[in-house]
Write a protein that binds this ligand. Sequence first.
Ligand code: ADE
Ligand code: ZN
Length: 343
Amino acid sequence: MISDKSLSEYIKGIPKAELHVHIEGTLEPELMFEFAERNGIKIKYKSVQELREAYNFNNLQEFLDIYYAGASVLLTEQDFFDMTCSYLQKAHSQNVIHAEIFFDPQSHTSRGISFDTVIKGIHRALEDGKTKFGISSKLIPCFLRHLDSDSAMETLKTAGQYKDWITAFGLDSSEKGNPPLKFQKVFDAVREAGFLTVAHAGEEGPAEYVWEAIDVLKVSRIDHGNRSLDDASLVEYLSREKIPLTVCPLSNLKLKVVKDLKKHPLKEMMKRGVMVTINSDDPAYFGGYVGENYMALADSLDLNREEIYQLVQNSFTASFLNDDEKKIMVTKAAEFNFDFNPV
Ligand code: ADE
Ligand code: ZN
């Protein structure tokens, strides 16, 4: 627990962006049961409590198995709409003013749910979030790296029809044994179609995968990137080229990417000039939304207010907003920072 009450109020209040959140990972157990009931789907757990108790993971794969099973209750456009609205409400309560949101099309199309159903539900909620809460957003479909590149290419073809709703494409799921290189052709096609690229790399996989994501997939950001610190020349490169890392502390702890948050690499990355940001990844599974992620790291790494402010500024700088939009949001954070006078 943070003992400095003013720091926790600062973290909660400051306007911020979230750049790494999987919308399927925001599906809270209560909502999962509600959707299962209305869709006539049986869940293997008897209660919300029993389901939450299953959220104990020894690695990424153990989590992914439960996460894909959880997503199977999502059938209709309304389900995707409701789930996204629920995330936006939570994000708004923590003063998130911009969110860049991942979704996993193949985890739905493989169950017979059309891409149109998925994206229409999410997009409509994002439009609502803009009107209701003033939250701006970007949408990033991710290719599942445990599947083959033909399946990814097919997904790109379908998704490409929604060019106005999509900003970038990402790469997620089981990292070990599925290097970025496997998706070279797909990412070439993604960029040729005019989209930006990001990729999960260096979460469980080696620093070499971070290099590959940069060199081969030409990503604008690395998702996670924890293992980058294993390679001094990579850290130097990330810092010099200002390639941001979207770091997810509670995810790292829950998936045993780090043993202890006190040993989390974020502070060392900051010290070495890497543009790091704090994010929630799959908040319904890892015990906290973006605010709790800031709080947990501030506590375990003893981050001060200046460091939190830097991380918040990074969240806008590293976003896919245009320069004018970034300026407006950075100014909002600066005004909050200036006005913040704890009693
Ligand atoms: N999909 C959802 N969360 C993920 C994570 N932390 N790593 C890889 N793929 C994911
Ligand atoms: Zn992720």
